[in-house]
Design a protein around this ligand. Structure first.
Ligand code: B12
Ligand code: SF4
Ligand code: SF4
Length: 369
């Protein structure tokens, strides 16, 4: 029965566009929960308070749902056509990470997971729940246990068949289904991802300090960044792919076949000049159905302005000055920093002298610069 059910699930998952589908016990003990607790105890989750508040439930699948017996772990390939890091050389353009260049994967995957779960429930009758990203479930160790790949030294899951470009989604069921073999680690002596990280975000191999990660800073962190990271971000304005893209296992990666994940031309090397002009309505229109929309126009403009400060593109000075009057203090403070990087010290001092700024946070940025 278990074998026939597995074949049924695999076939349906492939029809729904998943590239991998494997099975793991959701009930066996694992070390991941303790490691997560260590991560949070060290404060490495930064401002992601939801990791703290859901810590107990996150520790193990059964801590969230005590009837869970099997995890059906699915992977969807989002492999890029070329090495995405080549785009970092153009400092007048922003870098949006590969995962965010098409439609929001949460939407793409969640709908399919629900369809698959419905088909499984109709056949099997056992209780079932679907998860992608936002639920308090540790997806990467579950995926390793199911044999989709292994957690590399950069902490992401990579595989011998898809390299580093797999989105994960999970279905938990109360049904007992024969697990597949777990994958073992194949990083060996390689340290390419650790060496490539622009912000030195790995305190040790297999461990990440999210507070130093550009993905966290560009997406999750709400305020002005600590100064040291502003120059290190280069032109990365949403997410970061460096540790994934340098991995030698990408030689086995294939280009994504899911049409909704295909990169939109507007998100490949968007001109910083155009992005500086985005008001709220234009931002929402540009990022319809994109994961970028979630961070909102002000946080996005903050990221764009840090990239402007690193651009050496004098044509961006005038549109940056215009943002000194922006309604958002976050945007104004990032504009001040960008100008401090791009204008000669005397010009900047004259600007600082003439400012009518009253917001204390922005004023402190003028003084710091
Ligand atoms: C929080 C989060 C983040 C945070 C923290 C990232 C992190 N590495 O934890 C931030 C915002 C930084 C982030 C960034 C990214 N994320 Co994210 N994120 C998540 C989320 C919601 C939870 C992950 C989590 O629980 N982290 C807590 C840490 C403690 O867990 P962990 O990484 O598994 O930790 C393990 C290791 O540290 C290891 N470990 C610790 N100590 C030791 C010691 C030894 C000796 C050993 C061997 C191991 C070891 O064991 C731990 C437990 O397994 C998941 C979705 C989910 N629900 O799982 C997506 C998820 C991990 N993200 C994803 C993606 C795509 C990204 C980015 C690539 C996006 C981008 N391009 O910008 C980056 C990658 C950055 C990186 N190098 O990790 C995908 C990854 C897919 C994959 N193939 O792995 C996920 C699974 C979402 C999804 N459903 O597809 N993310
Ligand atoms: S995503 Fe970028 S900043 Fe974050 S760990 Fe990887 S290389 Fe470092
Ligand atoms: S770059 Fe090297 S160390 Fe990092 S995940 Fe890939 S194989 Fe492992």
């Amino acid at each position: 029965m278990s074998d026939r059910l597995k074949t049924f699930i695999r076939q349906r998952s492939a029809e729904l566009g998943f590239d991998v589908c494997r099975f793991a016990s959701a009930a066996d003990a694992w070390p991941a929960g303790e490691r997560l607790r260590h991560f949070v105890d060290e404060g490495r989750h930064g401002d992601m308070e939801w990791m703290e508040t859901t810590l107990d439930r996150r520790q193990h699948p059964t801590a969230m749902w005590d009837e869970a017996r099997t995890a059906i772990v699915l992977g969807m390939n989002y492999g890029p056509e070329n090495n995405p890091l080549d785009q970092l050389a153009d400092r007048s353009a922003g870098y949006i990470s590969v995962y965010a260049r098409g439609d929001d994967y949460h939407e793409v995957i969640k709908g399919r997971l629900k369809q698959l779960a419905g088909q499984i429930a109709a056949r099997n009758g056992a209780d079932i729940k679907v998860f992608v990203d936002t639920a308090p479930l540790m997806e990467k160790p579950l995926a390793q246990r199911a044999g989709l790949g292994w957690q590399g030294k950069h902490t992401n899951l990579l595989s011998r068949t898809h390299g580093n470009w797999l989105f994960l989604g999970t279905i938990l069921t109360a049904a007992e289904i024969e697990p597949d073999a777990a994958e073992t680690e194949h990083c060996g002596r390689c340290t390419a991802c650790l060496d490539a990280c622009p912000t030195n975000a790995f305190p040790a191999p297999f461990q990440l300090d999210a507070r130093r990660c550009l993905s966290y800073l560009t997406i999750e962190f709400a305020g002005p960044w600590p100064e040291e990271f502003r120059t290190l971000t280069g032109s990365r304005i949403y997410g970061c792919d460096d540790c994934l893209a340098v991995c030698p296992w990408n030689k086995f990666a294939q280009e994504a076949r899911e049409i909704r994940l295909a990169p939109r031309p507007a998100f490949q090397s968007p001109r910083l000049h155009d992005l500086l002009a985005l008001d709220d309505a234009a931002f929402r229109a540009l990022f319809t159905k994109s994961p970028v929309k979630r961070i909102g126009r002000d946080r996005f403009l903050r990221n764009v302005l840090y990239a402007v400060g690193n651009s050496d593109d004098a044509s961006l000075i005038a549109p940056t000055k215009a943002l000194l009057d922006d309604p958002s203090p976050l945007v104004r403070s990032a504009a001040v920093w960008a100008l401090s990087q791009m204008t000669p010290p005397d010009d900047f001092a004259a600007l600082a002298k003439s400012t009518t700024e009253t917001d204390p946070q922005v004023l402190s940025e003028w003084r710091r610069a």
